[in-house]
Design a protein around this ligand. Structure first.
Ligand code: DX5
Ligand code: ZN
Length: 242
């Protein structure tokens, strides 16, 4: 059964999810208030352990701190070698969706099942070179598939179009699965991803390197709408736009 937060994430689609990787960590409360006022309905948190990826970011204290200051659903992207070791503490800290990388685990079915048992939304992430095919069984257990359009680890990288093929294939095979894309999303690539059937669009640079979050999110939403008007192969909300 879907938690209220998972339902809120589904209801937000199609949506732009700001990735807090590039925000001002000295003013997290202010950043969240500004993003919320700019129309963000879900926040994306990039947790990196310096092992699964060469970058190191943050863990439970930041998730917990954010939880105190916002009711927005927290979509936590675990770029860590042992997702199960930190899953329960992340849920206790306030995570609403936990996404693990398939490259990090031995048995994605087991990992997905154990995460589900925690009562949290569960996502499965694929780096650009990782094939979808071996994960069909796990896909039936999860709420979301995260298609990486850059190699996980750093913001500001160039969009890899291989993600579009993966989105199209997932949308065709799993019509009800939430699909998320992460990496190199801007006003142009967001339209391509939407046309490929994506529901949730993680954005770092194209929000945080702009002067106004409000204008940046409005431009990205216009990119989503542009696809809605030009292509009928859409994601979960396709009935709403027909
Ligand atoms: C990459 C992270 C992304 C990243 C997106 O490993 O998962 O969330 O911050 O940043 P941009 O939009 O700059 O590619
Ligand atoms: Zn991410």
């Amino acid at each position: 059964m879907a938690t209220a937060a998972l339902q809120a994430i589904r209801d937000s689609a199609p949506a732009v999810l700001p990735s807090l990787l590039l925000c001002d960590f000295g003013d997290l409360k202010g950043e969240v208030a500004e993003l919320s006022a700019a129309g963000a309905r879900v926040l994306h948190l990039d947790v990196m352990d310096g092992n699964f990826v060469p970058n190191l970011t943050y863990g439970m204290p930041i998730v917990e701190g954010l939880r105190r200051h916002t009711a927005l659903p927290l979509d936590v992207h675990l770029m860590i070698s042992d997702p199960l070791a930190y899953a329960k503490p992340m849920v206790d800290a306030g995570a609403d969706m936990l996404t693990f990388h398939v490259e990090a685990v031995r048995d994605p079915v087991e990992t997905a099942g154990k995460l589900k048992d925690l009562g949290v939304g569960v996502g499965i992430a694929f780096n650009p070179d990782t094939p979808l095919e071996p994960c069909r069984e796990a896909m039936a257990l999860v709420d979301m598939a995260l298609v990486m359009s850059v190699e996980a680890g750093f913001g500001g990288q160039a969009f890899n179009p291989i993600a579009l093929e993966k989105l199209r294939s997932l949308r065709q095979d799993y019509p009800d699965l939430l699909l998320e894309i992460d990496g190199g999303i801007d006003v142009d690539t967001i339209s391509l991803a939407r046309a490929a059937g994506c529901d949730l669009f993680v954005v770092g640079s194209a929000i945080f390197r702009k002067d106004s979050y409000l204008a940046a999110i409005a431009d990205l939403n216009a990119g989503i709408q542009a696809a809605a008007h030009s292509d009928s192969t859409l994601g979960l909300q396709r009935e709403d736009h027909s």
